[in-house]
Write a protein that binds this ligand. Structure first.
Ligand code: ADP
Ligand code: MG
Length: 618
């Protein structure tokens, strides 16, 4: 048999390697910015268009490259940063693989402009799909400009796989945050589609955090400081009361490199234990300085995972240092005797003009009308109850009158005072011929022809709300209630970006937005079901869900929004429902398109047939 093994041509090998290094536009941003840092730049500009798909440019004032180096830099395994294997154990640079530029040049149109301090004249190289198109000498300032256009132009499958511009933009912002936080002494500018997103002057770490995450962050920070032989820990944690629903602001840096470490994260959670509400996440910005010889950053090509020699010691130290800082913070007296109590206005009202309160009247309201068809689509679930159109559903209740002993209907399983009605209007339209009981503030039990159904109240309500919200988003007909005073909520730039992304959908469910600035958003209207005091919590939950699971298209975005709202607004286990609400919930559930599963694929109810019961009596 003839020999069949061949060495791959370089450009093919480069394309394959590129798959490892460049997953999406943000990977290019990371590699180029890290190269700029490694080149000793003190000023770095990042310019992107269309989520980085059309253009990514990084301009630095670092040491630049000679003509020969410029050309060599695009070769695979070409690096100035290490020479021998031992160098790997004493790394002070971000890069060391010499793979990034070769990979990027294999899958995009790249233009490099570079000049060193000593050289009079600079070099310009154009390279497309690993092929050098031109190399010329040009006039250029000291430093390097890398322009990357049309990412994945020669791999359509990869290009199609990219998410929306907004989603890619968000990944880039995340990457930008990480690098800008790791290098507060370097100035950064970030432009997106022609407008500037961040102007970060060289600063100390605390000011850098505040510049990125907004003015209000400053008051939340508690310093952390500890130096031992193994590690120097420095940075900030956020006060426990500011723990958020979202996981956004959690950063570890090891020797000025952003790292992910579930293990060390766990140490922080341990230190915060008992101080934050369940389901919320503490914020932290922590630098760990260790001897480069005791850390291995080589275990993953994209290099956010690292291995420490002595992780257990690090864990223990981190936990006790953070605990110590929290303790110090807690013993500081909270009373401020200097303060004049009379001046203590809530700051959101300070400097505000007092306006005439606005009253919104529902002009279509007719007190003599028994059924308001316009509200039947309302998210409130308090809309009129119409007989469900589900085929065969009526049969469930058929013959009930004869089988139910009327005396039984007054039995109550729960002795607590019934205090909650989720649907408190238009009671008369509900069919009271059905009997329901609530059990353990968790289940609604009702009888059907063949026996009984046990319904999980929370899941059932989630299903009802979910379908309602989804319908509202689709037909864009939600009813919102105007707030007397618009609420101003503060968020980080990253969170604001997410809000902007989902804003259109939020409007369709009934949120009304006022001004959106870079660190805050004004909300002047909310869906009928939403209570004003819960708006912040709901927004945080939404942002957190979207942060963790990035929905690709607008359908999954609507779906996710409906799910989150349903989850947050549904009645929970432990809530007592009055009889009206119970019946309404049962009826609404069986009017749903899907009744058996909650939006999160959990069983909504079980049925127990008369036969099942009979068998127990044998
Ligand atoms: P690595 O960073 O792992 O060495 P890269 O492919 O990213 O590999 O870069 C290859 C080489 O090109 C670097 O080692 C460096 O010498 C040079 N280089 C890349 N970007 C810059 C820059 N912005 N300024 C100066 N030199 C650069
Ligand atoms: Mg590099």
């Amino acid at each position: 048999m003839a020999d069949i093994i061949r060495l791959l041509p370089d450009h093919v090998a480069n394309q394959i390697a590129a798959g490892e290094v460049v997953q999406r536009p943000s990977s290019v941003v990371k590699e180029l910015m890290e190269n700029a840092i490694d080149a000793g730049a003190t000023d770095i500009q990042l310019i992107i268009k269309d989520g980085g798909k059309t253009l990514i440019q990084v301009v630095d004032n670092g040491k630049g490259m000679s003509g020969t180096d410029a050309r060599l830099s695009f070769e695979r395994h070409a690096t100035s940063k290490i020479q021998k294997a031992e160098d790997l154990f004493n790394l002070n640079t971000k890069g060391f693989r010499g793979e990034a530029l070769a990979s990027i040049a294999a899958i995009a149109h790249v233009e490099m402009l570079t000049k060193t301090e000593e050289d009079e004249i600079g070099t310009k190289i154009k390279i497309e799909g690993s092929k050098i198109v031109t190399q010329e000498v040009v006039v250029a300032p000291k430093g390097t400009s890398m322009l990357v256009k049309n990412l994945f132009f020669n791999i359509p499958a990869r290009r199609n796989f990219l998410k929306s511009d907004q989603v890619e933009y968000r990944h880039i912002t995340d990457e930008f945050h990480r690098i800008a936080l790791a290098h507060p002494h370097v100035a950064f500018n970030f432009y997106n589609n022609g407008s500037d997103v961040f102007q970060l002057p060289a600063n100390d770490f605390r000011k850098r955090i505040v510049h990125i995450f907004g003015r209000k962050t400053d008051e939340k920070l508690v310093p952390v400081e500890e130096e031992t032989q193994v590690v120097k820990i420095s940075g900030y944690i956020q006060k426990p009361e500011f723990a958020k629903k979202s996981r956004g602001e959690q950063f570890f840096f090891a020797n000025n490199r952003f790292i992910k470490s579930p293990y060390l994260h766990h140490a922080i959670l341990g230190a915060f234990e008992g101080l934050i509400r369940p389901g919320t996440h503490p914020g932290y910005f922590l630098n760990l300085e260790v001897d480069p010889a005791t850390i291995d950053i080589n275990i993953h090509p994209t290099k956010t995972e690292v291995k420490f020699d002595d992780e257990h010691t690090l864990y223990a130290m981190l936990k006790s240092t953070v605990k110590h800082s929290l303790g110090q913070f807690n013993v500081v007296p909270a009373l401020d005797f200097e303060q004049d109590q009379n001046l203590d206005t809530p700051y959101s009202y300070k400097n505000k003009q007092v306006g005439v309160p606005q009253v919104v009247v529902d002009s279509s309201f007719n007190p003599f009308e028994t059924v308001k068809p316009s509200q039947s689509n309302a998210v409130s679930g308090g809309g009129s109850y119409t007989k469900p159109k589900v085929d065969g559903w009526e049969n469930l209740y058929a013959g009930l009158e004869t089988t139910v002993d009327s005396g039984v209907s007054h039995l109550e399983f729960e002795s607590e005072v019934v205090n909650s009605s989720i649907f408190d209007d238009e009671k008369e339209v509900v069919d009271h011929s059905t009997t329901t009981f609530q059990m353990r503030k968790k289940y609604i039990i009702t009888t059907i022809k063949s026996g009984m159904v046990v319904i999980n109240q929370s899941r059932a309500h989630q299903r009802v709300l979910y379908e309602n919200f989804l319908k509202n988003i689709t037909i864009k007909e939600a009813i919102s209630q105007q707030l007397l005073f618009p609420l101003t909520l503060s968020f980080s730039t990253g969170e604001i970006n997410i809000l902007k992304e989902i804003k259109d959908n939020l409007c369709t469910v009934g949120f009304v937005f006022g001004e959106i600035t870079e660190d805050g958003v004004e909300i002047s209207g909310v869906p009928v079901l939403v209570v004003e005091s819960e708006v912040q919590m709901i927004m945080e939950q939404l942002i957190s869900d979207f942060q963790q699971e990035v929905p690709g298209d607008s359908f999954s975005q609507s779906d996710m929004l409906a799910k989150t709202l349903a989850k947050t607004l549904s009645v929970k286990t432990g809530e007592t429902l009055d009889e009206f609400s119970q019946v309404k919930l049962v009826n609404d559930l069986f009017a749903c398109k899907e009744t058996t599963l909650s939006p999160f694929n959990k069983k909504v109810y079980i049925t127990i047939t008369e036969n099942d019961i009979e068998r127990k009596f044998i």
